[in-house]
Design a binder for this molecule. Structure first.
Ligand SMILES: NC(=O)c1ccc[n+]([C@@H]2O[C@H](COP(=O)([O-])OP(=O)(O)OC[C@H]3O[C@@H](n4cnc5c(N)ncnc54)[C@H](OP(=O)(O)O)[C@@H]3O)[C@@H](O)[C@H]2O)c1
Length: 339
């Protein structure tokens, strides 16, 4: 049994982690904490955990938490995680950080996009970007996982096979993503609900902080500088991200041929499903699960592949992927607790 601490347990991602861990056969939750005024049983906050996880949720007492766990999930806002992760790492405990604090390898890029100084940049080299469909071998050896962002997960998985095969024109990728409200975290939901009544909007057009993360990873994967145009949208639903990605191809190919490339690339990846040609992913098929569904279409005249991906931002885009990473780190079945 691996003993795990969940820090930030009352947030959206923390709650989703607890839901998954409550049914995980090889992990035991040993502490739950958050920025909370009155300590309360976590099963009083999330009653469906009753009888499964009944620990007291209180402000973190890190001396105690660190001693009692092998691994910590940090489901905390960025800038908070980078102060807390070192406490676990110095005690030789593993960390899976769901925030953005260790995803960008370049400290200056982080500071530019997040507008704050990085307080523990010495760990950036050591962190492994936790996208199992790319970095499974590195994840096995990792002590610090930078769990990918929700938008980057859907966009990168959509581009991956074409970039690995060097068929994509790296300078002309456009990703148009639509997300539900929970992507912004529990605190911001109340502000967003009235704005989204009968409404739908783009935001941070080509200025979203997940853009440099996507660029970094697509560049790493393809070995060639890749810069995408990324436009997120908010839609009036609770959870899920649907991304439509336009990729110009370097060579003429048929739709069947591209479809085969995707099928082959994801053949042994348990959480990515390539839909049959002619079918398009739908959020309702992926919400509450750790799957990414991918559909594709080729515009032969323009030599442009149009890829559509769907994920649940809180599961494959956050907590499900975090547990998938834990499973790989400890040599468990990759799907344990997630099917
Ligand atoms: N939401 C998503 O779809 C998603 C997807 C991928 C990654 N992420 C990332 O995952 C992290 C958590 O996101 P979220 O959506 O779950 O946010 P959230 O709903 O706002 O939850 C944040 C959690 O962190 C706790 N917290 C805040 N400051 C703290 C501190 N100083 N010490 C201890 N606990 C503290 C909060 O406690 P209180 O509630 O008691 O204040 C809450 O439990 C973020 O970095 C986010 O970017 C989120």
């Amino acid at each position: 049994m691996v003993k795990v601490a969940v820090v930030g347990a009352t947030g959206y991602a923390g709650e989703e982690l607890l839901k998954i861990l409550a049914n995980h056969k090889k992990a035991e939750v040993t502490s739950v904490s958050a920025k909370i005024d009155q300590p309360q049983k976590i099963s009083a906050i999330f009653p469906y955990l009753s009888g499964k996880i009944d620990l007291l949720c209180s402000e973190p007492d890190f001396d105690k938490i660190v001693c009692g766990c092998d691994l910590a999930f940090l489901a905390l806002p960025h800038r908070v995680s980078m102060q807390i992760a070192p406490l676990f790492l110095k005690a030789e405990k593993k960390v899976i950080d769901l925030s953005a604090d260790y995803r960008l390898k370049d400290k200056n890029t982080y500071e530019k996009w997040y507008g704050i100084q990085h307080s523990s940049p010495n760990y950036l080299d050591q962190s492994v970007y936790g996208l199992p469909e790319v970095y499974k071998d590195r994840i096995k050896e990792a002590t610090l996982i930078a769990n990918p962002g929700c938008f980057p997960t859907g966009v990168i998985l959509g581009c991956l096979p074409l970039l690995v095969k060097h068929i994509a024109d790296n300078q002309s990728i456009i990703a148009d993503s639509k997300t539900g409200l929970s992507g912004a975290g529990r605190e911001k939901e109340a502000v967003l609900i009235p704005k989204l009544k009968d409404n739908f909007m783009a935001y941070k057009i080509n200025m979203h902080q997940h853009a440099p993360e996507i660029d970094q990873e697509l560049t790493e994967i393809s070995g060639k500088e890749t810069v995408i145009i990324f436009v997120p949208h908010l839609i009036p639903i609770q959870r899920g991200i649907l991304s439509t990605i336009y990729i110009r191809l370097n060579e003429q190919m048929g739709e069947q041929e591209i479809h085969k490339i995707y099928q082959q690339y994801y053949m042994d990846k348990p959480f990515v499903k390539i839909l049959p040609l002619g079918e398009s992913p739908q959020l309702k098929d992926v919400t509450q699960g750790n799957y990414c569904h991918i559909g594709l279409k080729l515009d032969q005249k323009k030599n442009m592949a149009i890829i559509v991906t769907a994920i649940d931002n809180l599961v494959k885009g956050a907590s499900g992927q975090a547990v998938q990473n834990m499973n790989i780190m400890y040599g468990f079945e990759e799907t344990e607790g997630l099917l």
